[in-house]
Ligand binder design. Structure first.
Ligand code: NDP
Length: 245
């Protein structure tokens, strides 16, 4: 069931959908588009709406739930012109201890989940004759990380997804890019052990984790007219951590 928690006047811009936009990086991205004057919808598994945003309930592991969510967004805001596939999970474990379920559940949410929303969004974009797709990957996708074979596999797969989409639909005024954040201060990284956080910070040239808004600004720009000729790119937002990969 859709919920609106509107504090300001109804905006008139593009129909934007951010999966997992109820918290963390997704929420910052949704707020950035909202500030731009776009009509922003977020998905959350609970269906609860953050302040000032329109929310629909969706679980990206379930194609029917994704389809329902898109239909609600289309009814409220029109066909989705900007899709940000952001919903993601981690389930870390060293390879020898990683179960097949640990592996497939992360792939199902992060990679197949992105496929489900991308497939559903592409119908409307083809009809609109325009669209912007931004897939939220991670520095870990191309850099690798011990204990994250499942997560890194899911996130590097998004690069092939964006590039194949670019080759399939690039001539229809649809771009697809990957944003690869490094360590961002959200609930996902707050769960990390303090010593591990300090060792990560030492390895980041910028010497700090980033705020979610620093990722959001890049995503918003990739969906702007200024970035119309960028497609199939992997844009790092990682303080230099993964440079050269
Ligand atoms: P959070 O853990 O704070 O939020 C994750 C979001 O994904 C929540 O909105 C959650 O919804 C949603 N989600 C998870 N599983 C599903 C599902 N099956 N269906 C629908 N929504 C789901 O994560 P972050 O904000 O930190 O991360 C956002 C994205 O950025 C992820 O893809 C992550 O991999 C990536 N990333 C994060 C980095 C970081 O340092 N934080 C670094 C690099 C990449 P719900 O509230 O319902 O659980």
């Amino acid at each position: 069931m859709a919920q609106e928690n509107t504090q300001t006047e109804t905006p008139t811009g593009r129909s934007v959908l951010v999966t997992g936009g109820n918290r963390g990086i997704g929420l910052a991205i949704a707020q950035a588009f909202r500030e731009n004057g776009d009509r922003v919808a977020v998905t959350s598994r609970s269906g609860e709406a953050p302040d000032g945003l329109f929310a629909v309930q969706a679980d990206v592991t379930d194609a029917e739930s994704v389809d329902r969510a898109f239909s609600e967004v289309e009814a409220a805001h029109g066909p989705v012109e900007v899709l940000v596939a952001n919903a993601g999970i981690t389930q870390d474990q060293l390879l020898l201890r990683m179960s097949e379920e640990d592996f497939t559940s992360v792939i199902d949410t992060n990679l197949t989940g992105s496929f489900r929303v991308l497939k559903r969004a592409s119908k409307g974009m083809i009809r609109l004759k325009k669209g912007r797709v931004i897939l939220i990957s991670s520095v870990v996708g191309l850099y690798g990380s011990p204990g994250q074979i499942n997560y890194a596999s899911s996130k590097s797969g998004l690069v092939g997804m964006a590039r194949s989409l670019t080759r399939e639909l690039g001539s229809r005024n649809i771009t697809a890019n990957v944003v690869a954040p490094g360590y961002i201060d959200t609930e996902m990284t707050q769960a990390l052990d303090e010593d591990l956080k300090k060792s990560y910070q030492k390895s980041i040239p910028a010497g700090r984790f980033a705020a979610a808004s620093e990722v959001a600004g890049v995503v918003r720009w990739l969906a702007s007219d200024e970035a119309a000729y960028i497609s199939g790119a992997v844009i790092p937002v990682d303080g230099g951590l993964g440079m050269g990969h």
